[in-house]
Design a protein around this ligand. Sequence first.
Ligand code: AMP
Length: 946
Amino acid sequence: MCGLSVKPSPVRFNHLLLLSLVILLDSKAQQTELEWISYPPNGWEEISGLDENYTPIRTYQVCQVMEPNQNNWLRTNWIEKGNAQRIFVELKFTLRDCNSLPGVVGTCKETFNLYYQETDSEVGRSLRENQYVKIDTIAADESFTQGDLGERKMKLNTEVRIIGPLSRRGFYLAFQDVGACIALVSVKVYYKKCWSIIENLATFPDTVTGSEFSSLVEVEGMCVSDAEEEAENSPKMHCSAEGEWLVPIGKCICKAGFHQKGDACEPCGRGFYKSSSQDLQCSRCPAHSFNDREGSWRCDCEDGYYRALSDPPSVACTRPPSAPQNLVYNINQTTVSLEWSPPADTGGRNDVTYRVICRRCSWEPEECVPCGPNVGYSPAQSGLVDTYVTILDLLAHANYTFEVEAVNGVSDLSRTQRLFAAVSIATGQAAPSQVSEVIKEKVQQRSIQLSWQEPHQPNGVITEYEIKYYEKDQKDRIYSTVRSKSTSATVNNLKPSTAYVFQIRHFCLSECPSVCVFVSVSISSAAIVSSEQNPVIIIAVVAVAGTIILVFMVFGFIIGRRYALAVKFPGTKTYIDPETYEDPNRAVHQFAKELDASCIKIERVIGAGEFGEVCSGRLKLPGKRDVSVAIKTLKVGYTEKQRRDFLCEASIMGQFDHPNVVHLEGVVTRGKPVMIVIEYMENGSLDGFLRKHDGQFTVIQLVGMLRGIAAGMRYLSDMGYVHRDLAARNILVNSNLVCKVSDFGLSRVIDDDPEAVYTTTGGKIPVRWTAPEAIQYRKFTSASDVWSYGIVMWEVMSYGERPYWDMSNQDVIKAIEEGYRLPAPMDCPPGLHQLMLDCWQKDRAERPKFDQIVGILDKMIRNPNTLKTPVGTCTRPISPLLDQSTPDFTAFCTVGEWLEAIKMERYRDNFTAAGYSSLESVARMSIEQACISSLMYNFTVSLLLS
Ligand code: AMP
């Protein structure tokens, strides 16, 4: 759910800022002589003095103001720069006001020059001017006059200059005096670095800032001892040019056996354990376990207790269960049923099952052997969950012992004696048994060969098999019989095309129970012959099967197409409010691609968003070329609500796919920081961009931008999305001047927009951009977005002027209510102002739809005539653009003239080559045609961009 949230401050480590300087040279700190090189000898002079706090210092002074053509040089000693690339030079100096010196007109100067020379080592004490690179001419903010001499403290000037990037090992600074009266009170040279820090259990080393003002240096963190990197989330931070650590990514976590205390990992105490680095705290040893050492990842089991392989270290140690109780049995001939109660002690586990061990024993002396595979168990012999089992197919008149054992997950680990309940039972009369798996081996017109399996439990030694058979459809059954010593028999002299029933039974030696069962097999020799051998049938079957498959394929195809059509048919997608999702994570993953953090490289901070820094960087997805992206980060220490609100923007943006709506590349929700990755818009927000380029675009270019915004809004309104905060500050511009609508998220209007203010109806609203009905009774619709669009038009045509200038919000509301509307900006074509006024109709039903606005702007682009006559003030009675249906080329005679009027003469040849030789043919070409034909594509783009 996206809702209100408190605006947090971006993540910064300000406490480190003060400490971020590394001093390379501080002339004030030196008590002995500086001994810099001064040339010529009568120029700069080293003098001892007192600073503003009356501390003794070494200074250099020069005051050759009477003589013309001064060229006095002073060079510092060699300054080794270490790793620094950007060096700061801070100069404190006093400078004499020439006016206060009599007789120096023409010779006295009030500036001096600062130079540097890069070298890899000291170059001796000679001074060659041409080897120095000028940094700047330094002038005093305050010079002093003679009368001020006693107030030197007041007139001390401080100037800081930056040099870099430097590439050699060190450098010299040089001061060139050309005839001023200067005292160089102190020279301080330093660079900035981010000092070593421990963050998220990772140590980040001292890091020298990058070479440019805005560059960030990415630094990998090293886990502190006994910590390890979180999976796929290695710790990184970024050192800013100001020596601040920014944008922490990833983290380390304490290894198993260790827990976090401050910035370190400490071992778990005795009697405690931590099984995984993912756990935050050490836990007390679970029941029946212990440890007597520190830093354990698990606890050992007490004697007689065990841990199953699948048991996590967090569960108690357990032991095998006691024996089942109250074992009872029931015999039915050769079947025995056993039942029992659970054991008194389950061993502390809930995975108790039972197994049965069956032994057949001789009568005298009693010797028992395992029952073997012929005995059946229902439902099973082991792994029994219920407390009963049936044992089948026992031999008749035999003696058996059954042991029932309770087992659990640690029974097999225990070496203690097995505990079980047992009964001894003698079986009664054997059950009749039968042959099985009768197969028709060979079926011919007059004979059949049958085979079968001998009975599973014959209860004796089989001597032979008897096969009886009869014609199935005969009223009075006449049986025939054949016998076989083996498990197969051939029956001859059958009638063709007749159904027979066969019965097979076995005979045993004397101990075989006298009742043996019959097995019936029903066959029809005719049917078998035809189904197995008649090729006509085979062809027919294949044909029928083929037809069925074909029918299925055809239906499948039609159904598939129908389905595809049904899915595609609606054409416009509908926006789904992420608030309607109970689980906001589902919404994010439904609409946004989860990106691997390792594919993203953060390069620099470009802004401060509501939830954390906004950075620029690169996204390299596997198999794709890398692209520039903007990365919005969620600051560390966010609340769950902030995370939801932050990702809400991605859930909304991810639903859109239009060239004039900023494109979401994806999100990182599984690592830290949580990030939203968006296409990079090089020129930033439209309002700032226009202010920066005030008056630099043609009207056609401005209208091109407006057309883009309107197309983006048409798409959004078609999807049912109401923006509510459409304003130039929420439009982003890329390097091709393509404008895209941005700033989505339900809370943004309320929290993020500095223009939003509380209104009497409750809620915060950006009053100047909002339609009256939305201000008065919060009626936000696409029609209120159209009103805001009119304001954006005004902002664009006035190059980022503030709507209603410095009128108060209350006055704006009142003026609008009284019918006042913004006048046309300077040089605004009347047609455009008319469109603005249409957008600001009081009755929202009267305002044009975005679809119409796009159409109107397209017409204007095609008819530059309508944009041609700039007027100082646009007035209302202008022929309504909505009614214009054909382009107006009347002011031009040829295509060339028209192209010239819109400063596109260079496309003349392209138009001729493409067959657009007359204005009529150009007029006939619709804007859509124009956009898809390559000729006009280039043309249209240039038109919008040039
Ligand atoms: P937001 O949180 O969307 O208001 O973003 C804060 C600032 O970051 C904006 O004012 C822009 O200057 C910048 N920004 C946001 N998104 C982008 C983007 N896709 N491309 C370039 N700059 C952006």
